[in-house]
Design a protein around this ligand. Structure first.
Ligand SMILES: NC(=O)c1ccc[n+]([C@@H]2O[C@H](COP(=O)([O-])OP(=O)(O)OC[C@H]3O[C@@H](n4cnc5c(N)ncnc54)[C@H](OP(=O)(O)O)[C@@H]3O)[C@@H](O)[C@H]2O)c1
Length: 325
């Protein structure tokens, strides 16, 4: 049965596609654009800032957004559209005439105190609600209007609001996990053929090596969190376009111990099934509650440390004064 599935889905149907990409200057998006370009696929990139002719193109790890943009703009089959995913008109301009969207954008990490004390309103374009939720809504609306059938969106694990890592990201990142999940929910009810990819931690050095490390779980099932590379996940997003059976699916993508996974995503993608379980619908309030409790604990902890430090400083000061007098 598996070999039949492989035969059916091995043909690279996405070669004929025109693909729109958001988050193209990001670490994930730039990898995806390079893969699409190298495959000869017409690629349209959303870019937040105009190309600066005085900037030297660069794709080095520490390159700035404008250096990366200049580099990508010079790749074959790549065109740029200036705009912001939080703006519906930009999304329409991006998606028009495209067969698929890779939604790889994500919010910049805010100053921790700004998020902890909720100093940025949810309506601000930089807030995670705008970037992880409203921008996804804009892309769905644009896809519907432009008859674009397919959206691949990268989010992350986020169905356990009280998990420590999730609480921390929500507390310090304007509820990024919560809004990513709400964006997923929009896709699941959109009627558009979506694939949601929930990757492990990208950009860490401890990625399992040694071969046969790739693993996927469909139906939003859980896998233990591990390090994955941006290029693995970018490749996975592009590969999804070749597998119609991945539409309406939620995939968790992790690496596993060497020899226990696969060397390529092809056999894993061939076996993917559409979502069948019901995903929870009340997570936003649970995420917010968990983050509020987390913030209260953090502030109380900081107050205890500061009070202890002040008492210790006072005691040492008294001791020094006593010794000197
Ligand atoms: N890093 C991880 O471990 C991890 C794990 C799971 C999931 N994810 C998710 O994966 C996605 C991409 O990750 P990454 O590491 O590539 O992030 P990144 O390097 O921070 O890139 C973010 C990209 O999103 C763009 N962007 C931000 N706001 C935008 C807006 N309003 N409109 C259009 N584009 C916008 C940025 O553009 P500028 O260059 O103009 O700022 C940049 O190109 C994010 O959604 C993230 O939440 C990441």
């Amino acid at each position: 049965m598996k070999s039949i599935a492989l035969l059916v889905y091995a043909a690279p149907i996405c070669l004929a596609m025109k693909v729109a990409v958001t988050g193209t200057t990001g670490r994930l998006g730039r990898e995806a654009v390079q893969i699409l370009s190298s495959k000869g696929i017409q690629t349209r990139c959303l870019l937040r800032h105009p190309i600066d002719a005085s900037v030297s193109p660069s794709i080095e790890k520490d390159a700035s957004s404008s250096e990366v943009a200049s580099y990508l703009a010079n790749l074959p089959h790549v065109t740029m559209v200036e705009g912001d995913a939080t703006d519906p008109t930009s999304c329409r301009l991006l998606v028009e005439g495209c067969d698929a969207v890779l939604a790889l954008h994500g919010p910049a990490r805010p100053p921790p105190l700004q998020s902890l004390f909720r100093l940025l309103p949810e309506t601000d374009p930089k807030h995670s609600r705008s970037v992880n939720y409203l921008a996804v809504k804009n892309l769905i609306d644009a896809a519907r209007e432009c008859d674009c059938k397919r959206i691949v969106r990268v989010t992350g694990k986020g169905e356990a609001p009280t998990q420590v890592f999730t609480v921390l990201i929500n507390m310090l990142g304007h509820m990024a996990k919560a809004w990513n999940y709400e964006g997923e929910q929009l896709l699941r009810t959109s009627g558009v053929d979506y694939t949601i990819v929930r990757p492990g931690v990208m950009g860490r050095d401890d990625v399992p090596t040694g071969g046969r490390v790739l693993a996927l779980a469909d139906n939003g099932r859980d896998l233990p969190v591990t390090a994955v590379t941006h290029s693995q996940i970018a490749g996975l997003c592009v590969d999804c376009l070749d597998y119609p059976n991945t539409s309406r699916s939620t995939l968790t993508a992790m690496n596993v111990a060497s020899g226990t996974g696969e060397d390529s995503y092809a056999p894993l993608l061939a076996g993917v099934k559409s979502d069948t379980r019901s995903f929870p619908t009340t997570l936003l309030s649970e995420h917010k509650k968990a983050a509020q409790i987390g913030a209260a604990v953090l502030v109380a902890f900081a107050a205890v440390i500061l009070t202890g430090f002040a008492a210790m400083t006072k005691a040492i000061g008294g001791l020094v004064v006593g010794l000197l007098s």
